[in-house]
Design a protein around this ligand. Structure first.
Ligand code: NAP
Length: 291
């Protein structure tokens, strides 16, 4: 069996085509959707991620303000910036690029963001709504992007058994909640670093979502024939055959392609969906301002 591609690029293009129309409607009605992206320090990967988000804004004609701050920025300064953005009527989304330098308290800053502008979906109010099974909050972008990708491929999750490997606040845990929510109706097992027998647990699953950060951890013999495998991982691994000396690898071994019925590539799978969902959250926030 050769897996079909869970093509995040193609799916995100469809999402963007729809967003372009919604953004134009907002602009025609006097509201230009606007996201403020805050980045602190020089972490190269973070700058690449922010660059991709800003590019998406440009493609979609969505206004972005890029706030670049030095490594030594204080917590108080960041709190002041977030509070100003919270009260700015012309800003609909606030994103603080993670990770922040070690001396900063990321959680305190997330808590400070006005929930209706929390386009990352990490504020306790938005995560709490998710636990309550409500869809009126901001959903975290990566797991909601995975759900959209499954839907795009026509994959039915109802009644299926799913394993989410990883229980982080931004990916694994909300992913498990979304898969198990009414409407999606999967039966979910969450695996983490203390879970025993992960290969056996995965082998019984109809759907596997790997969000670990360990290159090519999920092996073909962990995967049931015909299972659906979503690879969230983004890992940089040494590769002397490449001119730059490294390549990107997911959390899933490439050979899983011979066992799964669907597999998302890295890059080009979940990554573009994360950006598309961020754009969608910002547009939703702006639409809420239309009279
Ligand atoms: P994270 O916060 O480091 O969480 C990793 C999770 O994996 C934790 O729950 C950890 O368990 C679990 N884990 C670690 N080692 C394990 C092992 N040997 N067996 C089973 N579970 C293990 O990472 P994250 O933010 O969720 O991100 C996960 C991956 O997704 C990373 O590669 C990241 O770069 C990628 N990512 C991609 C996107 C995208 O848009 N494509 C977005 C976000 C993240 P414990 O809780 O027990 O420590």
């Amino acid at each position: 069996m050769v897996a079909q591609c869970l093509d995040g690029r193609a799916c995100s293009q469809e999402v963007e085509a729809d967003l372009t129309k919604r953004i134009q409607t907002c602009i025609d009605r006097g509201v230009t959707p606007h996201i403020a992206v805050i980045i602190v320090g020089d972490d190269p990967a973070s700058h690449v991620y922010v660059g991709a988000k800003i590019k998406a804004c440009e493609r979609l004609n969505l206004k972005s303000t890029h706030i670049e701050l030095p490594e030594q920025t204080t917590q108080d300064k960041l709190k002041e910036i977030v509070q100003e953005l919270n009260t700015d009527e012309l800003v609909h989304g606030i994103l603080i690029q993670s990770p922040l330098p070690k001396h900063l308290d990321e959680e305190e800053l997330t808590d400070l963001i006005e929930p209706s502008k929390d386009v990352d979906g990490f504020h306790p109010t938005n995560l709490g709504r998710l636990v309550q099974g409500r869809s009126d909050g901001m959903l975290p972008c990566t797991p909601s992007g995975v759900m959209r990708l499954l839907d795009w491929a026509g994959i039915e999750t109802r009644g299926k058994s799913a394993v989410v490997i990883g229980r982080s606040q931004n990916v694994g845990m909300p992913q498990a909640l979304l898969l198990t929510a009414r409407g999606a109706d999967a039966t979910v097992t969450i695996a983490h670093s203390k879970t025993e027998n992960i290969p056996e647990i995965c082998k019984s699953a109809d759907i596997i979502v790997a969000a670990v950060g360990r290159p090519e951890m999920v092996k073909p013999d962990w995967v049931k024939q015909g299972a659906i495998v979503v690879d969230v991982g983004v890992n940089r691994v040494d590769d002397s055959s490449r001119e730059r000396g490294w390549r990107l690898a997911g959390d899933v071994a490439p050979e899983v392609n011979d066992v799964a019925s669907w597999l998302s590539p890295v890059p080009g799978g979940v990554g573009p969906m994360t950006v598309a969902m961020l754009m969608e959250n910002t547009v939703r926030s702006a639409e809420n301002k239309l009279i």
